[in-house]
Design a protein around this ligand. Structure first.
Ligand code: GLA
Length: 781
């Protein structure tokens, strides 16, 4: 029996927590501006919210009990004054019922927007808190709402944004449990051009005493079925973000981090795809948390196959104390809906994160081609050696020289030196400023590595401020990479590091910074706060990181920041807000990079993925691949080199010069084109991807085969994203990205349907690890 909601509306109003007339008048709600996007409807009679644009609909309503009931999330559907028929509730044995005498209305079986614990819902909640009387019972009911154009910023936290209020509309819904003194404001932003919904919550407390907030998630969505495969990005150091998919099953499944960073091991991302959805077709819901610390992202499937998707800060060791009048703001989470498979989902994330999460002058600019001295010299360098590398780089057309770890005192290996940030004048006789000047005089930009969250024992910082290290007094803190973690939850530490860095950076002429973070966080105990504050330390730590990023990006607005955490342990949307690119992985092997970059592209744009050509044999794996293969993989990223260029042969130098010239010509397309994954390295021996210009006139295809095959079958590679009616000239690019062989012409429809025939293009002489690039340009008719 479907619960007759209309009947309920007709019944006495005692169950309605707040009448619609309680809704707040929203500033701008009645704006007469014609260009304002107004996708959020509120139907007063049925108390239903319909958030919709041309691509998606998200519908929920204020239920008779005052709770928010989720009705629909998916493809855009016509608006109606009521969607009450989508409300489902049936009487089930053993259920706890909200209204006396009504067996069918149980919060356990009602799909909700922000469920709580203790008053009927039996699943893992979005919010959990303990009141001063020891109660954890919560019952949040609707109080009112507001709809505003655009998207208000979230103070202190990274978040997507609008540049013009016409780009999006934001709904805030106020809920309250007066007995508990808890208020919640749920915020929903729908973008006009994208099937993307951003959500976060603000939890307030009106007293008495102090509320212990122990779980405050950002996003909760109850889907009506479990007919999905869950796609996660999993891995470890040097093999980050491998794509793992599995069918949903009853129970809890998900990913998390308790490492203080988003981690190599899991990423704050999950997708739920219909079983038959592919890279190109079918429905997918993607979820991404704009946060860089401990997170939880999971699906909880109940016995009736309702799937509760939640994302937010991990509740482990999270307690936020709220006194009367206090508020806690969760990070933002973003949901993307796609009907064009995983590629469709990724393209929406790419566009949103590239244009409305990343900020600053570098957001829309092609990235300089860099050389990084790490794998070229490690700690073993002199200025002469660096300048020889720089000169060679400049002669090959490279634009930016990045001085990695080891430029400061007591840093001849990774056992010491972090924290004082004093220039090693033995290595750099004229200091950073002098070294930077020499690079600038050569016509190169100057990049610098820092690891500002860490300290080694024995440094002045360590000796003078032992209380600035995360540790519990009386307990020896654990080392990671021989170093300890500074207490970024303490604003004094952030302030000190900022001023220390300013004294290093001011006048040094730095154009780029690689901000590294090389260990998981343990011993999360702050000497700066008492017992009541300890549960907030890890979140405050991340807020401290965001604060330092804000201070540095404000002081040095033109510096290009690249984030890094032992490779890709903090490749997350939170840091993309401050640093538009991230070092994707410490693994620079071209074959491994196929999987890493393919997986990373699920949620993150190509322009954000640091990708370097390194030496052969590769330093992580000992595998040798050709310079062409290495570059053909790294082209699809923020491109650079990380090897001793002075040791290259004459032929090697020629190839590098051509690769550099090629990137300069095509980086707008490579870094900002529409990216398509064509063949998955997780499903076979071949990987392929491509990027297409916004007008679909030009494209570049990367096609890779890992192992040579004896007497292989025919090969055709269907392309994607082209204009079916356009005639393209397809040129295969050989070593040095130079045209190889005569171009062919073909219409876009043929290239997408019949595919690009690549049979016979892998001569046996090339052996393993073969790659091909294809350039598609408008053909002369
Ligand atoms: C980390 C980074 C590397 C390099 C080293 C320097 O491992 O990921 O790229 O900067 O630190 O110590």
């Amino acid at each position: 029996m479907v619960y007759n909601l209309l009947y309920r509306w007709g019944a006495p109003k005692i169950h309605c927590a707040a009448a619609f007339c309680g809704a707040k008048a929203a500033p701008g709600q009645n704006s007469t501006r014609k260009d304002l996007f107004m996708p959020i409807e509120f139907h007063a009679q049925s108390r239903t919210f319909h958030l919709h644009n041309r691509q998606m609909s998200y519908i929920f309503k204020v239920l008779p009990s005052g709770h928010l009931g989720q009705l629909y999330c998916g493809r855009a559907i016509h608006d109606r004054s009521s969607f009450d028929h989508l409300f489902e509730a049936v009487p089930r044995s053993m259920s706890v019922c909200y209204f006396d005498g009504d067996q069918s209305y149980s919060l356990e079986h009602i799909k909700q927007e922000y469920p709580t614990y203790g008053t009927g819902d039996m699943h893992l909640p979005a919010l959990d808190a303990q009141m001063p009387d020891g109660s954890r019972l919560l019952d949040l009911r609707y109080q009112g709402h507001a709809i505003v154009p655009g998207k208000p910023a979230i103070p202190g936290l990274p978040a997507t944004y609008t540049e013009d209020p016409a780009e999006a509309q934001t709904l805030t819904v106020d809920l309250a449990d007066p007995l508990a003194g808890v208020t919640v404001t749920l915020s929903y932003t729908l973008f006009e051009q994208l099937p993307a919904l951003a959500r976060h919550a603000v939890i307030g407390y009106t007293g008495p005493g102090v509320l212990r907030l122990e779980r405050a998630l950002s996003f909760c969505l109850d889907l009506p079925d479990m007919d999905y495969e869950m796609v996660e990005l999993a891995g470890a150091w040097a093999r980050e973000r491998h794509v793992v998919a599995r069918p949903l099953a009853q129970g809890v499944q998900g990913v998390y981090s308790l490492r203080g960073c988003s981690s190599h091991h899991f990423n704050p991302f999950l997708a739920f795809k219909r079983p038959h959805a592919t890279e190109f077709e079918g429905q997918v819901l993607g979820f991404s948390l704009v946060y860089s610390g401990n997170f939880l992202a999971q699906a909880d499937v109940d016995p009736y196959h309702v799937t509760r998707v939640t994302l937010g800060i991990h509740p482990q060791n999270f307690t936020w104390q709220l006194a009367a009048g206090g508020h806690f703001t969760t990070p933002e989470a973003v949901m993307v809906y796609s009907e064009a498979g995983l590629n469709g989902m990724s393209q929406t994330f790419h566009r949103l994160y590239r244009t409305r999460l990343a900020r600053g002058p570098w957001r829309d600019k092609v990235r300089p081609i860099l050389v990084n001295n790490w794998e070229a010299t490690y700690f073993d360098f002199t200025e002469d050696k660096l300048l020889a590398l720089a000169r060679q780089a400049r002669d090959l057309g490279i634009e930016l020289f990045v001085l990695d770890d080891g430029w400061f005192t007591n840093r001849s290996d990774d056992h010491g030196g972090l924290g004082d940030w004093e220039i090693n004048y033995h290595k750099l006789p004229d200091g950073l400023q002098g070294f930077g000047q020499k690079l600038h005089d050569m016509g190169l930009q100057f990049g610098l590595w820092i690891e500002p969250e860490m300290v080694n024992a024995g440094t002045r910082l360590w000796n003078e401020h032992p209380d600035w290290v995360l540790h519990q007094p009386g307990r020896r803190p654990q080392q990671g990479r021989y170093q300890y973690v500074l207490d970024y939850s303490n604003p004094d530490v952030v302030d000190w590091v900022f001023h220390r860095l300013v004294s290093v950076l001011d006048g040094a002429g730095v154009d780029y910074i690689k901000w590294d973070m090389n260990r998981s966080i343990s011993d999360a105990y702050s000497c700066a706060v008492g017992p009541a504050g300890q549960g907030a330390v890890l979140h405050r730590y991340i807020l401290g990181v965001y604060q330092l990023y804000s201070l540095l990006t404000e002081r040095y607005p033109n510096i290009l920041f690249e984030s890094c955490a032992g490779g890709g342990a903090r490749f997350d949307p939170g840091l993309l807000y401050y640093a538009p690119q991230c070092w994707t992985s410490d693994d620079t092997d071209a074959v491994e990079r196929l999987k890493i970059q393919y997986g990373t592209s699920m949620a993150y744009p190509v322009s954000s993925m640091g990708a370097h050509v390194a030496a052969a044999p590769n330093h992580q794996l000992g595998r040798s691949t050709s310079l062409t293969m290495r570059a053909n993989v790294a082209f699809f990223g923020a491109f650079g080199y990380e090897l001793d260029l002075t040791a290259l042969s004459q032929r090697g130098r020629e190839l590098v010069a051509r690769q550099v010239a090629f990137v300069k010509q095509y980086r707008q397309l490579l870094q900002f084109g529409t990216f398509w994954r064509l063949r998955s390295p997780f499903e076979g021996n071949e990987t392929a991807w491509m990027t297409v210009s916004p007008d679909r006139s030009t494209a570049l295809v990367g096609d890779y085969r890992v192992l040579q095959q004896a007497n292989a079958g025919y090969r055709r590679l269907p392309l994607a994203g082209l204009d079916p009616d356009r005639l393209y000239q397809v040129t295969r690019l050989g070593s040095g990205a130079q045209p190889a062989g005569a171009p062919l012409t073909a219409y876009g429809d043929e290239l997408m349907a019949a595919g690009l025939v690549t049979t016979g293009e892998d001569p046996a002489a090339e052996g393993d690890f073969v790659s091909r690039l294809y350039l598609l340009q408008p053909a002369e008719l």
